[in-house]
Design a binder for this molecule. Structure first.
Ligand SMILES: CC(C)(COP(=O)(O)OP(=O)(O)OC[C@H]1O[C@@H](n2cnc3c(N)ncnc32)[C@H](O)[C@@H]1OP(=O)(O)O)[C@@H](O)C(=O)NCCC(=O)NCCS
Length: 191
């Protein structure tokens, strides 16, 4: 694996590009302050834009490392910032990373995250040389389950009551998924 960092990527409808501090207003308004978006996530909605600003400052600083794979998702039509996608904890020896993504409610159900994740996986396997990408989601998070399944992340098991939702306190099952280099190339060489 040879780190290449958060290169600008493009799909039919999207541009995936590095975060900038100046994205705070749009990110806060479009999803970071929305409890419906964070329902299954490991963070709570931002109560004030100062939280978003501080977060984006640290995200921008993290790009000093080429081992950081973290994109703002921008809809080409109207140049709107609609979401976030990351491959975290890129490990050089294991050649593994872990997925995270979220997007504003107004854009759910249009195939957008499937489009974004497909391109991120292409970049990770074809250009960077990852061996494995992990994904986890609450078993109840059907949308996320479908996105991962459609992009080739296989079901590997369920951890019972593994996470307590920050939103409600409910303990939920967490599904573990993964895609290996050979899975990716088997799936994509058929196209
Ligand atoms: C999960 C999330 C990223 C899905 O993104 P999306 O762009 O709406 O997903 P897509 O439109 O690409 O959908 C892929 C498939 O999932 C289905 N799907 C999406 N959301 C769904 C939902 N809430 N319930 C049932 N099916 C859903 C779509 O119909 C589609 O299936 P199909 O191709 O068989 O028709 C988005 O809902 C989101 O940002 N949620 C909040 C944050 C979050 O939960 N992140 C994931 C944490 S693990």
């Amino acid at each position: 694996m040879e780190h290449r960092g958060t290169k600008v990527l493009e799909t039919a409808r999207l541009v995936l590009r590095p975060w900038k501090q100046s994205d705070a207003e749009e990110a806060f308004a479009n999803w970071m302050s929305d409890p419906e978006v964070t329902k299954f996530l490991t963070w709570t909605p931002h109560g004030d834009i100062s939280v978003t600003r501080a977060l984006l400052k640290t995200w921008e600083e993290e790009y000093a490392s080429l081992a950081v794979y973290h994109w703002a998702i921008v809809l080409k039509e109207g140049n709107v910032l609609i979401g976030d996608i990351i491959v975290m904890h890129a490990d050089d020896y294991q050649e593994m990373g872990e997925l995270g993504y979220c997007m504003g409610k107004a854009w759910w159900g249009k195939g957008i995250m499937t489009e974004a994740l497909s391109e991120v996986l292409r970049y990770c396997f074809e250009e960077v040389g990852f061996y494995r990408i992990d994904g986890t989601h609450a078993a109840k998070n059907i949308g996320s389950s479908r996105v991962m399944e459609k992009c080739g992340l296989q079901y590997e098991g369920t951890r019972r009551s593994y996470f307590r939702l920050l939103s409600t306190g409910e303990r939920v099952d967490i599904v573990q998924r993964g895609i290996l280099r050979e899975d990716y190339f088997a799936k994509n060489s058929q196209k």
